[in-house]
Design a protein around this ligand. Structure first.
Ligand code: EPU
Length: 301
C-alpha cells in the first residue's frame, strides 16, 4: 500500500514521518512479511487526527509493535503500518508505580524497574517485544503475567476516536488474552510492582533465563510459541510426541529444540508458515482430538 503525495503532505503536518516501500522482514522476529509504506508517529496526542486523515483517505492501516508475535502476509501489503513514538527510555518510577510507554522494550522495562528495586516480572525478562504487545496479549512466562501488575492503561480507542484511560480492574487479563478491542492501541501503562532488592530480582532473572536457554530456540527466527496451550495440555509436548520436530514446509520448520516454536530456517514465506501451521493442526486434531489455537497473530492481506 502506498501513500499518495497529498496524504503524505497532510500527515507530515501532523509530525508523521513516512518511509516508503519498507520490507517487513526487517521488522518482525520471524523475518517474514511483504512490503508497504511505514508511518512513524511524532507524538501520542496526534493519533486521533492521524487516524482521521487515514480514514478520510481510505487508507487501511495496522499498528506494529515489536513484531515478535505476528505472521505477516507476503508480497505487496494492502495496508500501511504505523509505529508509535518511542522516547528513550519512555519509563519513569513514582514509588512502587512504573509509568511506561507502550513502545518501550519489555525486557528493558523489567531491567529498568529491577534496578530501582521493583520486582515481580522476572519471568518476563526473556519475552521479546514491546510493552504494548505484551499488554495486548497478556504476555506471561514462568508463573507471571504482565496483567497481574497493571493499574491503568492509556489507549487510543478507534470507535469513539479518542484517547482514554482504563483502570486495571476494568480490563480482563486471561491466559494470552485480554478484553481490549482488536483496534484499541496501547499507548502507556501504569504498573504497581512489589519492592524487592535488585540482587534478589537478578537471581530470579538468572534462573528464568537459564530455563529459557535450555528449552527454547532463542537464536533462531521465531515468534515464540506458535500455538496457545490448550487447557491442561502442552502444545509443544503433543507436537513433539507426534515426531514433528524438524518437520518443514519450505523453510518454515518445527524447531528441533521446542516443538511449539516454528522457526524460519532460511527464507520462509508466510504461505510456507501457514501451510506448516495447518498441517500440524490437522495432525494434532487427528491424534488427540484437540483443536490448537494460534498464539501468533496472522496479518493476512
Ligand atoms: N515439551 C516437550 N517437547 C517440546 C516442548 C515441550 O516434551 O518440544 C514438554 C516439556 O518437557 C514440559 C512441557 O512440555 O514437560 C511444557 O513445556 P515448557 O515448560 O517448555 O512450557 P510450554 O507450555 O511449552 C509455556 C509458554 C511459554 C513460556 C513457558 C515458560 C505457551 C504457549 N507457552 O511453554 O511461552 O515461555 O511456558 O513459562 O503458553 C510464548 O507464549 O510464546 C512462550 C514461549
Amino acid at each position: 500500500m502506498r501513500i499518495d503525495d497529498r496524504t503524505a503532505a497532510r500527515l507530515k503536518e501532523l509530525g508523521v514521518e513516512l518511509r516508503q516501500g519498507v520490507t517487513l522482514t526487517e521488522h518482525t522476529s520471524l523475518e517474514i512479511g511483504g512490503t508497504t509504506d511505514q508511518l512513524l508517529l511524532g507524538s501520542f496526542e496526534t493519533i486521533p487526527e492521524v487516524m482521521r486523515v487515514l480514514s478520510e483517505e481510505q487508507i487501511p492501516h495496522r499498528f506494529l509493535g515489536g513484531g515478535t508475535n505476528v505472521l505477516v502476509a507476503d508480497g505487496e501489503l494492502a495496508w500501511v503500518v504505523l509505529h508509535l513514538p518511542s522516547s528513550q527510555p519512555g519509563m519513569r518510577i513514582e514509588g512502587n508505580t512504573a509509568i511506561v510507554d507502550a513502545a518501550a522494550d519489555l525486557g528493558g522495562m523489567v531491567t529498568f524497574c529491577a534496578r530501582r528495586d521493583l520486582g515481580g516480572m522476572e519471568g518476563l525478562i526473556g519475552v521479546p517485544g514491546s510493552v504494548g504487545g505484551a499488554l495486548r496479549m497478556n504476555a506471561g512466562a514462568y508463573g507471571t503475567q504482565i496483567g497481574y501488575y497493571v493499574r491503568e492503561v492509556e489507549l487510543y480507542r478507534a470507535s469513539p476516536g479518542l484517547i482514554e484511560t482504563l483502570r486495571g480492574d476494568d480490563i480482563r487479563f486471561d491466559y494470552r488474552h485480554t478484553s481490549f478491542a482488536p483496534d484499541d492501541v496501547m499507548l502507556r501503562v501504569k504498573l504497581e510492582l512489589p519492592s524487592k532488592p535488585y540482587k534478589e530480582i537478578l537471581a530470579g532473572i538468572r534462573v528464568c533465563n537459564e530455563k529459557r536457554r535450555s528449552s527454547q530456540p532463542l537464536n533462531q527466527k521465531s515468534a515464540g510459541c506458535i500455538f496457545k496451550n490448550p487447557p491442561g495440555e502442552s502444545a509443544g509436548r503433543m507436537i513433539d510426541e507426534l515426531g514433528l520436530k524438524g518437520h518443514r514446509v519450505g523453510d518454515a520448520m518445527v524447531s528441533d529444540r521446542h516443538a511449539n516454536f516454528f522457526v524460519n530456517a532460511g527464507t520462509a514465506t508466510c504461505s510456507d508458515m501457514l501451510r506448516l501451521i495447518d498441517d500440524v493442526c490437522l495432525r494434532v486434531r487427528s491424534a488427540y482430538g484437540i483443536e490448537l489455537e494460534n498464539e501468533v497473530i496472522v496479518w493476512k492481506n
